[in-house]
Design a protein. Structure first.
Length: 435
């Protein structure tokens, strides 16, 4: 394997502090009923309620609309969010928000809905060409000039953690690039997390989004240590992807423990309210953690894996070629942990233990190998495809997969080692088949 140790920082120039950013979170069964009062308390009088058609037909939508009406708040509904939003979807939502003259935002749905709402808020507040705020090198990566309108985010899937992060991901179709906008200003003002919403999710969706949760925790926990980065100048420019730190470690450890205990139960039985609630809590914790540490190689690889799909159609999702985000992340993860374990062995070993791996009788105390093995066990238990070959990729695709990964510099720079083209190629090659 050709992945190399991180370059050393000249002495005295390393980072010595980390910053904690977190939005207010209200978590619990029935929490959606608080949306109206909370919107009112934030000064909202007329809100854009952003959702998708599937969620609009569910009882959760009626509950939120009722709570807003009871608080005497005007509502303009936008329900055209697509799964895996594109630049056109961001643009349509922003135009809608501008024309509706709203003073606040409520999003109800999965990560695609919440991300689209963040973009609508941004571009309605500070109109600009799309590329202005998009991460470099794909976009210009300019800072967002000031605060946005208040945004209450209500997730209905237990996965992306978008309700507590300042990241909005989209598919820039004209550039064939999956990219995003990252800024603390995009972070929703409050998250309202009601675990009842997960009772209407198909098991396949809980499986993919639950593995996304698990990878948020695993990647944040095994990311480079924040002290191995060059110090931010000015310090206010310290990125959200600042590396593993004592705050993110707290959320990661508990999220890993919960995922190890409850993921398989939550996937197999939609009526197991305890398991689904615990995975929703794990998603919130992992979201807060990765919003303050950053994920790394599995997420960078996932953009290429999802973006170059040909004809794989997963059950439980709309009938179209698609590798769901959480599945795309999980497919690369064991290969990464196996290869990167030697760069942070103690952390990989601890993660494997928290996930419930039996490490006592292990022939070798190789943290990366033990963690990879445990993640593969969980993937099999929730019926994930067997590696990249399981979603239609083979050796001839390696160059394209590497090319789609290397531009994800924000993510790759957060890995515990240097990731160049040869390293990425070796990772994809060993992710083809796992069992
Ligand atoms: Zn993710």
């Amino acid at each position: 394997m050709s992945c190399r140790h991180l370059a050393a920082i000249a002495s005295g120039l390393g980072e010595t502090a980390f910053t904690v950013d977190a939005s207010r979170v209200t978590f619990g069964r029935g929490a959606l009923a608080e949306v109206g009062d909370r919107a009112r308390a934030l000064g909202m009088r007329r809100v854009a309620l952003i959702t998708d058609r599937r969620v609009r037909a569910l009882p959760w939508f009626a509950e939120v609309a009722h709570a807003l009406a009871a608080a005497a708040i005007d509502v303009a509904i936008f329900d055209e969010v697509a799964i895996e939003p594109t630049e056109l979807a961001f643009d349509a939502a922003a135009r809608f928000a501008r024309e509706a003259r709203v003073d606040g935002y409520v999003s109800l749905g999965g990560g695609s809905v919440i991300d689209t709402c963040k973009a609508a808020n941004l571009f309605a507040t500070y109109p600009a060409a799309l590329r202005t705020y998009v991460n470099a090198p794909v976009g210009d990566g300019l800072p967002i000039p000031g605060p946005l309108a208040p945004h209450l985010a209500c997730p209905t899937t237990s996965g992306t953690g978008s309700e507590v992060t300042g990241i909005a991901i989209f598919d820039w179709t004209t550039l064939h690039a999956k990219t995003g906008i990252a800024s603390p200003r995009l972070r929703p003002t409050e998250a309202i997390v009601d675990p009842r919403t997960t009772s209407t999710l198909p098991g396949e969706v809980v499986a993919a989004s639950g593995l996304d949760v698990l990878c948020h925790a695993l990647e944040s926990f095994t990311a480079r240590a924040y002290t191995t980065r060059a110090a931010a100048t000015p310090p206010t420019s310290r990125p959200a992807s600042q590396g593993a730190n004592p705050w993110s470690d707290l959320g990661c450890r508990e999220a890993m423990r919960l995922a190890g205990s409850y993921l398989v139960r939550a996937v197999r039985d939609a009526t197991d309210a305890e398991a689904r609630e615990q995975i929703m809590w794990a998603a919130t914790l992992a979201g807060i953690a990765f919003g303050n540490a950053g994920v790394h190689a599995p997420h960078a690889m996932a953009y290429a894996i999802a973006g170059r799909v040909r004809d794989y159609r997963p059950t439980g999702y709309p009938d179209a070629p698609l590798v769901p985000h959480g599945m795309a992340v999980a497919l690369g993860a064991p290969a990464v942990f196996r290869a990167f374990g030697r760069f942070r062995d103690d952390r990989h070993l601890e993660a494997a233990t928290l996930l419930g791996a039996d490490t006592r009788g292990a022939a070798v105390a190789d943290g990366g190998e033990l963690l990879a093995t445990r993640v593969v066990e969980l993937m099999r238990a929730v019926a994930m495809p067997n590696g990249l070959a399981g979603v239609g990729y083979g050796a001839p695709d390696l160059d394209a997969l590497v090319d789609g990964t290397l531009p994800q510099r924000r993510l790759l720079a957060n890995a515990p080692c240097e990731v160049d083209a040869a390293c990425a190629r070796a990772l994809f090659a060993s992710a083809m088949v796992y069992w």
